[in-house]
Design a protein around this ligand. Structure first.
Ligand code: NQM
Length: 359
């Protein structure tokens, strides 16, 4: 009672979360999860007695420590804390909170900085998928620079860019980038591309689900016929994607695509999986961009060819650029050599957080 836990609140991309050093949390996972629920104020729709923001995008936790092997400098575990549920899940990764990991690691002294250096590269092992991301951040006097000129959709104003490049994202959760080995499968009479290039996503044409794909999130969230159909597809897709019973998990995500309407290459509306995302998740966007470039996928016909390898995905509050380097394989498929995106992150608060007492 009354003992504070060291915590930094950061905006990472278009999400917000509580960042902890692993050593500041219990090593036992069920004790840790119980503590995190009491810190975030879950389960409660308003998370009124904790620091969670009453939405999946603001009920997130990043746990960071030194990487135990030479694959990376630091290791990052993402936990999604249920808002009105008891769940604390490591079943998905989060590319938005990932944007705050390198600055957090510098702030907490996990990586050394040279006082004269203007830039720092940090290799991050993403524990949820056992894959590596490379973050490039700006430094001043050995500390992370947060101010800058980079704007990202869904976040007011501008901040310093965090460049994130990914190695070997494919199949991190599902075993293979195309878990069924096919570019398209039919579920509930809907063409679905089941893909995992960083995030398991079911990609479908909006028109096949009876919507235009340009509707607002609130319109889509109140379309109960659509929601029922999407959930039926998701449950079957989960089995086909080697994820098992997904009725209680936040993956796979569901993205409906349609032709771009605002100068991008493809338009998207994403359910994560029960709330509609006001933008699109980072790794979700990499998976959808990959599907859009995949010959024969459900997204192919909605896609305008990008001139280079950057796919501009339109979403409800703007756009998201995902660079995906693809090469054709002899069997007509594609191979991904690299994926990269730009985010921003900002330190919001550093101090002690006081958890609710145990029940
Ligand atoms: O896809 C939302 C977000 C995310 C996850 C979600 C994310 C990602 O916007 O990498 O960033 O899909 O639950 O933070």
């Amino acid at each position: 009672m009354g003992i504070g836990v060291r915590c930094m609140m950061m905006r990472g991309g278009s999400s917000k979360g509580a960042y902890f050093l692993a050593q500041d949390l219990p090593a036992n996972a069920s004790e840790r999860d119980d503590l995190l629920r009491r810190i975030m104020g879950s389960p409660d729709l308003r998370q009124i007695d904790g620091i969670g923001g009453a939405h999946p995008l603001t009920s997130k936790v990043a746990i960071v420590d030194r990487c135990p092997d030479d694959r990376a400098d630091v290791a990052y575990l993402f936990l999604q804390v249920g808002v009105d549920s008891d769940q604390v899940s490591d079943r998905q990764n989060c590319g938005n909170l990932l944007a705050g990991v390198a600055p957090f690691a510098v702030e907490r002294g996990l990586v050394d900085t040279d006082p004269g250096a203007r830039e720092l590269t940090v290799r991050i092992l993403m524990r949820n998928t056992d894959t590596v991301a490379v973050a490039r951040i700006l430094l001043r006097d050995g500390a992370p620079v947060y101010d800058g000129e980079t704007a990202i959709s869904g976040v007011p104003g501008t901040a310093a860019a965090v460049q994130l490049d990914f190695e070997d994202l494919g199949g991190g959760s599902c075993g293979q980038m195309l878990p069924t080995g096919k570019a398209v499968d039919t579920i509930e009479s809907v063409d679905c591309t089941l893909i995992d290039n960083g995030m398991p996503v079911v990609v479908m044409r909006a028109a096949d689900l009876g919507v235009s794909g340009t509707e607002s999130c609130s319109v889509l969230e109140t379309n109960s016929e659509l929601r029922t159909k999407l959930e039926a597809i998701r449950i079957q897709a989960g089995q086909m994607m080697n994820l098992g019973d997904v009725s209680d998990t936040t993956v796979p995500k569901l993205t409906m695509v349609s032709p771009a309407v605002d100068g991008g290459h493809i338009n998207t509306r994403t359910f994560i999986p029960h709330r509609c995302h006001e933008a699109i998740g980072v790794l979700g966007a990499v998976s959808v961009a990959t599907a859009a470039l995949l010959p024969g996928s459900s997204a192919e016909s909605s896609m305008t060819d990008p001139a280079g390898n950057t796919v501009r995905l339109e979403h409800p509050t703007g756009f998201f650029d995902a660079s995906v380097e693809v090469a054709a394989t002899p069997d007509g498929g594609i191979e991904i050599s690299r994926a990269g995106i730009v985010r921003t992150a900002r330190k919001l608060m550093d101090g002690l957080v006081f958890p609710r007492a145990k029940d």
